[in-house]
Design a protein around this ligand. Structure first.
Ligand code: ADP
Length: 500
């Protein structure tokens, strides 16, 4: 492969220059091996373009650049200047918002509306939020006695490897890049091979913002080769990963060889509990958005709904009506589309296979349960699917499906609902619907989950930490904890008087 850029015309008519190469040291380069990865439009299964695929030699080169940058001017830059660079980058994303949203809608299949108003807006908020933190990372002083003073500094960790999933290509990357840079680290970003384009476009903006060479390097490549090489690399100090639980386990194993710091944001099967006093209409609406948004490809999607027996049938009927009213499946660029295609054929097949599993396991199919056929007969579209009357031992209740696919079951007692909410290996999010404040807080205390939403679902906020319990991972992103994760503590002891 030699071309480092291509001019593209997106389905919405937008023309832009798409980088294709490896972004190392603020320069575009060809991959060492000359190999490419095609990226596919999931709405029509046609190739958009082919990007350069890195190999382990390219990873080494990117790590060398990131190490040089870490040891160079980036390290000594005034912290408020780091903040200004992030504000500048946020401004550039705002200027290029239409292109970035177009790329993610085209490459991932998410609706343009969501890409523009949620992903791009989220990326801007994250950059501005962490820009503000850049000059507010403080240590502390410990004053144990007359002979001694100690202080604790929070230093950047060093060179970080950020491994990005395909469900929120831009915003997931920025969730890692913004706090890592604010804290003074440098980065190798590996975009997901299914959705590589927005990360490359973003790299140009990094350079334009004036961020020094080597601070952010962006590589494409497969998880097996490039992801593993990053996880195992001897000169990378930390891995920040978002993706599936099995891949998280693999990364932890590879990172163990050099005892790297690891933060993992992995899978989920997040429960929603609806008590009899809940506002039923609101519970249905939040529950629907909680599972059906982004084609159900959300790690904290509320994919298991437990409803009190007294209101169970009403809930199921209203949920079905909400799916019929809102979940319009179609072209991601049409303004009335709520649900685009699944990201890849693999994901499409996975969701379809769980539909068959649900039928085989004897759950009641309320709606969906099949591929969605559009007029062109192309694209990875599935019908939004609801199974009711499920039992906890079913695979469709235990496994993360990662699609517009929800299971609903009745419960009778609060303690039973809590027990069932906790009965998977995951613990990412949970939603509780009730007007009884004591019950809401009591239940929240007992659910093993990194996030609880009371009377809402998935309304996350850049200022509030997010992350998992159990096999949903560890480490937190967003909020103050999100920047602490990219710092390391240094303790300095000062002898004031004591003589040996
Ligand atoms: P999915 O299984 O849904 O495709 P993954 O968790 O495998 O999601 O992918 C998330 C990210 O992890 C992608 O960037 C992918 O390339 C990367 N990845 C996959 N396998 C590995 C691995 N063994 N080591 C490091 N990264 C990996």
């Amino acid at each position: 492969m030699s071309d480092l850029h291509v001019y593209l015309i997106a389905p919405n008519g937008l023309k832009f220059k798409q980088p294709l190469g490896l972004f190392i040291d603020n320069e575009w380069r060809s991959s060492s091996r000359g190999m490419g990865i095609p990226t596919i439009n999931p709405a029509n299964e046609e190739e958009i373009c082919t990007v350069h695929a890195a190999d382990t030699k390219d990873v080494d080169m990117a790590v060398e650049a990131a190490r040089r940058a870490f040891n160079g001017e980036w390290r000594t830059l005034d912290t408020s200047v780091r903040g200004e660079l992030l504000y500048k980058l946020a401004g550039l994303i705002e200027q290029h918002a239409d292109v970035l949203a177009t790329i993610d809608a085209w490459d991932n299949g998410k609706t343009y509306h969501a890409a523009r108003n949620e992903d791009v807006v989220g990326a801007i908020s994250l950059l501005r939020y962490y820009a503000g933190w850049s000059d507010k990372i403080h240590g502390k002083v410990i004053d144990p006695n007359a002979d001694k003073l100690a202080y604790v500094m929070r230093e950047p960790i060093g060179v970080c490897g950020a491994i990005i999933p395909w469900n929120f290509p831009l915003v997931n990357m920025v969730t890692k890049v913004a706090p890592a840079l604010a804290a003074g680290n440098t980065l190798i970003v590996k975009a997901a091979e299914q959705t590589p384009l927005s990360a490359l476009y973003f790299a140009n903006l990094v350079k334009e913002a004036g961020i020094p060479a080597g601070v952010v390097n962006v590589l494409n490549g497969t998880g097996r080769e490039v992801g593993s090489a990053i996880a195992a690399h001897a000169d990378i100090d930390m891995i920040t990963f978002t993706g599936s639980t099995p891949t998280g386990k693999q990364i932890m194993k590879n990172a163990a060889s050099t005892l790297k710091r690891v933060t993992l944001e992995t899978g989920g099967k997040s429960p929603m509990l609806v008590f009899p006093d809940a506002d039923l209409e609101q519970a249905v609406r939040w529950g629907h958005r909680g599972i059906m948004s982004n084609q159900g490809q959300v790690c904290s999607a509320t994919s298991r709904i437990f409803v009190h027996a007294d209101i169970y049938e009403d809930f199921v009927n209203q949920f079905k009506a909400e799916v019929e009213r809102i979940s319009k499946v179609g072209d991601p660029f049409h303004s009335d589309t709520f649900q685009g295609p699944q990201v890849t054929r693999d994901q499409f097949d996975r969701v379809l296979s769980y539909m068959e599993t649900g039928k085989r396991e004897g759950a009641r199919l309320v709606c969906g349960g099949k591929a969605f056929k559009n007029v062109r007969g192309k694209g990875f579209y599935v019908a939004p699917t609801v199974f009711a009357d499920v039992t906890d031992s079913m695979a469709i209740v235990q496994d993360e499906v990662f699609g517009p696919f929800v299971v609903i079951a009745p419960f009778h007692e609060e303690s039973e609902a809590i027990k069932r909410a906790n009965s998977t290996v995951f613990g990412l999010g949970a939603s509780v619907f009730t007007k009884d404040i004591s019950r809401a807080l009591r239940v929240s205390k007992r659910i093993q989950s990194g996030t609880i939403w009371i009377n809402s679902s998935n309304d996350d906020d850049v200022r509030v930490p997010f992350g998992g319990y159990k096999q949903s991972g560890f480490g937190r992103e967003m909020g103050e904890e999100g920047i602490e994760a990219f710092t390391i503590t240094k303790s300095v002891h000062i002898n004031l008087n004591a003589r040996l």
